[in-house]
Design a protein around this ligand. Structure first.
Ligand code: SF4
Length: 459
């Protein structure tokens, strides 16, 4: 499969509307009330109910606030809240583990917040709590990853993470430029980051990914080029470059970023073009949705094989298994259901102290959602959709079922974003940047007004 990408600034000006990132379909906007009995029913009826599990653990604490942050987190320097939170996670584990008896964990991800806000002993405790209730696949067969803030770890802590069983590391970096770091209140040196990556390689981490953000205050084409060159010299297996969306009315920390300090839209476009050109010239493959990977990385291989998946953690080679999420705000995807834990710590605590699963919202996916989910997943992961696969799985005639959507794709065909064949849709190298726009055509809930209000720009 062709994995090339073409940058076209005219198309970007025209197609740069807001849209979901499709880590789920339907998106969380469609979640309503959800009873724990529905969760239990979903586990029992999941077509994957004798398969492996993917386990996500949300650890919301951070010692300092990054001003661009749009995550659900708790800013504190105190250690006590984390101790109490680990007690709550243990209670949650006690409630959920019996529902998944006999199922192995082949994928684990600790996200946040800052998972490495926890001290080494706390990390060991949480890992023991999980291992006491779930069996893990072997190190060679499983993906066990943790998000690391390089400001909170050193070489010894990295070794400890490896000893606890993690084999993938994901590092938040954003930008190395001192002026940018100061403006977003996240100062971390290139040297410290390099030390963490080198320590991880030495002690056997299999994969290292880094997160960057473009569109931050004081960023310029020249300054971001320096950051990208520094990143490329570290040769991470995966690089994610997110577009900063300045929405201070929705995310209070962003009020500390002055709109006048942000790069102008033309500069942002130049930075995006630079990212694509510099990274592809340095041997990285554009996977889609801001993600790049080395050609021998599992994501790049899965995309070439047409087996890439997408879930709440982004692209994955494991997504076709039930996903169980623990912790405040965690979203599980079990069988045909999505279910979300309480978003507020107080409510999360209350449920668990009362001996209840902390679920508050969710959705049961109906048959139409299933068909659309499959279409969106195929397009967003593999940039191609074979009608036959959908027809055989759902017993529909693709051209009839999606007659309205196929007509809506016409302008995108004329603009060269996609090709329509008798048996398939393929996304062109020009269309790859607009995969959200293409998927939105198949999203029955999405209107421009909703997207404008609730989601970030597609590019
Ligand atoms: S960006 Fe990450 S590290 Fe920074 S405050 Fe938000 S969750 Fe914490």
């Amino acid at each position: 499969m062709d994995q090339s990408i073409t940058f076209d600034s005219d198309l970007i000006q025209r197609y740069n509307v807001n849209g979901p990132r499709y880590t789920s379909y339907p998106t969380a906007l469609q979640f309503g009330e959800f009873h724990p009995d529905e969760f239990k029913k979903a586990i029992a009826s999941s077509r994957l109910n004798d398969g492996d599990l993917s386990l996500y653990v949300h650890l919301p604490f951070c010692a300092t606030l990054c001003y661009y942050c749009a995550c659900n987190k708790v800013i504190t320097r105190k250690r006590e809240p984390a101790v109490e939170y680990l007690d709550l996670l243990e209670k949650e584990l006690d409630l959920v583990a019996p529902l998944f008896e006999g199922r192995f964990i082949s994928q684990l991800h600790w996200g946040g917040g800052t998972p490495t806000f926890l001290e080494d002993e706390q990390i060991s405790r949480l890992m023991q709590d999980i291992r006491a209730r779930f069996e893990f696949r072997s190190d060679a067969a499983g993906e066990f990853s943790i998000e690391v803030d390089p400001r909170t770890v050193d070489a010894d802590r990295v070794v400890h993470l490896r000893e606890e069983g993690f084999n993938r590391l994901s590092l938040g970096i954003q930008d190395f430029a001192p002026a940018v770091q100061k403006a977003v209140n996240r100062v971390q040196s290139y040297e410290d980051t390099k030390d963490v990556i080198e320590a991880a390689r030495l002690c056997g981490f299999r994969s290292i990914s880094v997160d960057l953000i473009y569109g931050l205050p004081f960023q310029s084409h020249a300054s971001f080029k320096r950051t990208l060159n520094q990143i490329v010299s570290l040769r991470p297996d995966r690089i994610s470059i997110y577009n900063y969306a300045h929405l201070p009315d929705r995310f209070t920390p962003q009020k500390r970023i002055l709109a006048g300090d942000l790069p102008k839209p033309e500069e942002k476009l130049l930075i995006l073009e630079l990212c694509i050109e510099l990274l592809t010239a340095s041997g990285y493959i554009y996977i889609g949705m801001d993600h790049f990977a080395l050609p021998d990385d599992e994501l790049a291989i899965a995309q070439r094989d047409g087996t890439l998946q997408r879930n709440f953690q982004g692209y994955s080679t494991f997504a076709d298994c039930d996903l169980l999420a623990l912790g405040v705000t965690g979203i599980s995807h079990i069988g045909d259901s999505y279910s979300q834990n309480a978003r507020e710590m107080e409510a999360y605590r209350e449920h668990l102290l009362a001996g209840r699963l902390p679920l508050e919202k969710g959705a049961v996916i109906d048959e139409d959602d299933q068909v659309r989910k499959e279409v969106i997943n195929e397009l967003i992961c593999n940039f191609a959709l074979q009608y036959r696969a959908v027809e055989e799985r759902f017993n529909v005639v693709f051209a009839d079922y999606f007659a309205k959507e196929m007509a809506s794709l016409k302008p995108m065909i004329e603009d060269g974003l996609i090709n329509l064949h008798s048996d398939a849709i393929t996304v062109t190298s020009k269309g790859r940047l607009f995969i959200r726009n293409i998927c939105m055509v198949f999203d029955r809930y999405m209107t421009e007004a909703v997207a404008e209000k609730r989601f970030s720009k597609a590019v």
